[in-house]
Design a protein around this ligand. Sequence first.
Ligand code: ATP
Ligand code: MG
Length: 428
Amino acid sequence: MKNLDKASIKIVLPNEVATIIRTLTEHGYEAYAVGGCVRDSILGRKPGDWDITTSALPEQVKALFRRTIDTGIQHGTVTVMFGKNGFEVTTYRIDGAYEDARHPKNVEFTSRLEEDLKRRDFTINAMAYNDDSGVVDVFDGLGDLDRGIIRCVGDAYDRFGEDALRILRAVRFSAQLGFEIEKKTSEAITQLASTLEKISKERIHTELNKMLKSAHPEYFLRADELGIMQVIMPEYHALSREQKLFGGKMAVGCACELPEKYASMLLFAGECEGTECTGIHQNASEVCRQVLRGLKLDNATIDTAALLVRQCGLELTEDESRLRHIMYEVGPQSIIRVLDFRLTYERTREDEEQIEKVIKVQELCQKIIERGDCLSLKELKITGRDLLELGIPAGKRLGEVLNALLMAVLDDQSLNTAKELADRARHF
Ligand code: ATP
Ligand code: MG
């Protein structure tokens, strides 16, 4: 983008946003779309949400709209509802001193838009817009959008000192937009990266996820160079440069598929790169578990991620009997996912032969599943109770017999009849 001309920028506001701004204006208040939605609109990106900033106090906003929700009334935010859609309307405010690099101790309302823009993190996030005034840009956010630069509003040390999450937001925006981080801003990041320790794992996780799903997940490397990963994911920091690079590329491939499993992928990818992808990646899987636990992810997610990492090196065979055994070990519900993950891995390595092999095996698994082959005890045509009736005593022995029967059926599906299995059971 070149030479953004403030006067010529026209943003098409959604009807609801235009209505909110018009209503407030007609009652003598100021109101603007602000922040991310202005930035994204100017860049031609679709805004995720539309925030409105106004000189009206929360009670005054509430008096003007039929349905509102007190989202964060103490911080000046009221959500105005139109059908199912909500729009956050926040009173111009000055953030007070921060108590813990996270929360402002108190906020103070102001009647000046400029004060409100000043509290925002980056110049590109500190612009406001309405149809009457056009773009209000006090800190040359337009210039920075034009140059492709993330720059703090005001003194970078102060701003990161107030709220350490901004450190991660800077890298996340740079990954989403493909922007560079301005020199002073990046120096301050390096200096203050260790203060990210104060930020909750959940918030860190949200930012990391956004980075992974961005246009440039490989910017994890930049986060690492700036000293951020060392603080928030030391396991990743410990990998070699090649491993980290590979992890970044792997993340690109995985982003759509399994967005929430980023850490495992990066680690797995790192751990596997350079060691042939065969055998079971027990170690990578353990590291992955540790990292995801550290990020406070839920157990189901951690289990799935660890499984993917552990099983990703599975044998790629086109022998159906052997494949059924593998499906049983991995879990029939998980096999396709594991193979998807493997496919991403091989694509990252650009190994055409292996890519084809994975696709073939995947098709074969699909066929086996659709055919309804017996892949677990519950599809076996004999039960524990049947075995008891045949005189096999309850306990460990019974389990062993059932298992042996299943192994035989995995080898040869034609054995899966009540009669055949009963005959075999008697021989044990
Ligand atoms: P996205 O919604 O794509 O994550 P965004 O810029 O809209 O990006 P939000 O978190 O929705 O980000 O916040 C809306 C606006 O609020 C930002 O554009 C910025 O002006 C301001 N803001 C959000 N978080 C902070 C923060 N930690 N410090 C300062 N200003 C912030
Ligand atoms: Mg937003």
